[in-house]
Design a protein around this ligand. Structure first.
Ligand SMILES: C[S@@+](CC[C@H](N)C(=O)[O-])C[C@H]1O[C@@H](n2cnc3c(N)ncnc32)[C@H](O)[C@@H]1O
Length: 242
C-alpha cells in the first residue's frame, strides 16, 4: 500500500481525526464526541484476544511492579481499544493476579480509541458471545470470576468497570499522563506507514513509567530501528524504551 501525508497506509483505511486528549487532563477521560471523528476500516476485537499480552501482564509486568515496591498504583493503557474488550480483559487479569498474589495493590486501566461509537458501546460493558469464541480455559475461568456469562452475552462486573476508564483519544497525539506500567497497542499500528508508526510509538513511549513495557503488534524492523525501542529477549511483541 502506498504511503500518504497522513501516515496511513491507505486513505481508505483511515482519514484524519480531530485531536482529542483524554489523557491530558487528569485521570478521567474527556468525552469529546466530535462529528468529524472518523473510524478505522476495522474495529474487530474480542475478549482475551492475543493471550500472550495477558500472560505478560500476569507473569512479568505485575511481578516486576510488585518487586519494585512502588507506592503508586499499577497503571495500564489499551491504546486503540475499539469497544473496550481488550481494556476490560486487561483489568480482569490485573484484578485476578493482584488478588492471587495478595498484594493489596490497586490498578487502573485506560482504554482509548478514536471511534466514538465503539467507546460508547464499550461503556455498557456488554458483549455478545462471539466476543469469547476462542477463550482458553485459563481466561474462561477469569471471565467467569469477573463477569456474568449468560447464554448469549457477557456483562462485565461493576468491580472491573470501576477500574476501567474508556475514552476518546487519538494516539497521534502525545498524552500528558506518563505513568503507565504497561501500554498495549494491538492490531492498530499495521494500518500506519513507517513514519506514522514511529510517531505513534514516540507518543506511547512518552507515556511509559521508567521500566514500563509496551506490547506492540504489527510493526516492522524498520520501525523498531527508528523508534528508540528494544525488543525484550524471549518475546516477539514486547518492548521497552531505550
Ligand atoms: C482492529 S481494532 C483493534 C482493537 C484491539 N486493540 C484489539 O486488538 O482487539 C483497531 C482499533 O484502532 C483504532 N485506531 C486506529 N487509529 C487510531 C488512532 N490514531 N488513535 C486511536 N485509536 C485508533 C480503531 O478505531 C480501531 O478501533
Amino acid at each position: 500500500m502506498g504511503e500518504n501525508e497522513n501516515n496511513f497506509k491507505s486513505k481508505a483505511d483511515f482519514v484524519s481525526s480531530r485531536a482529542m486528549n483524554p489523557l491530558t487532563s487528569g485521570e478521567q477521560p474527556h468525552d469529546i464526541f466530535c462529528d468529524n471523528t472518523q473510524t478505522a476500516a476495522t474495529t474487530a476485537t474480542q475478549l482475551f484476544r492475543n493471550p500472550e499480552m495477558f500472560a505478560i501482564l500476569s507473569r512479568k509486568v505485575i511481578p516486576e511492579y510488585l518487586a519494585s515496591q512502588t507506592a503508586t498504583q499499577l497503571s495500564i493503557w489499551s491504546a486503540g481499544c475499539s469497544n473496550g474488550a481488550e481494556a476490560y480483559s486487561l483489568a480482569m487479569v490485573a484484578a485476578q493476579t493482584l488478588s492471587a498474589l495478595e498484594s493489596g495493590k490497586r490498578y487502573s486501566v485506560f482504554g482509548t480509541d478514536i471511534n466514538p461509537e465503539r467507546i460508547a458501546e464499550g461503556r455498557k460493558g456488554v458483549y455478545l458471545l462471539p466476543a469469547i469464541r476462542s477463550l482458553t480455559d485459563e481466561y474462561r475461568h477469569i471471565l467467569n470470576a469477573y463477569a456474568l456469562v449468560k447464554r448469549s452475552e457477557v456483562t462485565i462486573s461493576e468491580e472491573i468497570k470501576i477500574c476501567t476508564k474508556l475514552g476518546l483519544f487519538d494516539i497521534r497525539n502525545r498524552p500528558k499522563k506518563h505513568t503507565f506500567n504497561y501500554i498495549v497497542c494491538n492490531h492498530v499500528l499495521q494500518y500506519y506507514d513507517t513514519s506514522g508508526q514511529i510517531e505513534i510509538i514516540s507518543n506511547l513511549k512518552g507515556a511509559l513509567r521508567r521500566g514500563g513495557y509496551m506490547y506492540l503488534e504489527g510493526i516492522t524492523d524498520k520501525t523498531v530501528a527508528g523508534s528508540g525501542i528494544v525488543k525484550i529477549a524471549g518475546y516477539t511483541k514486547l518492548f521497552q524504551a531505550t
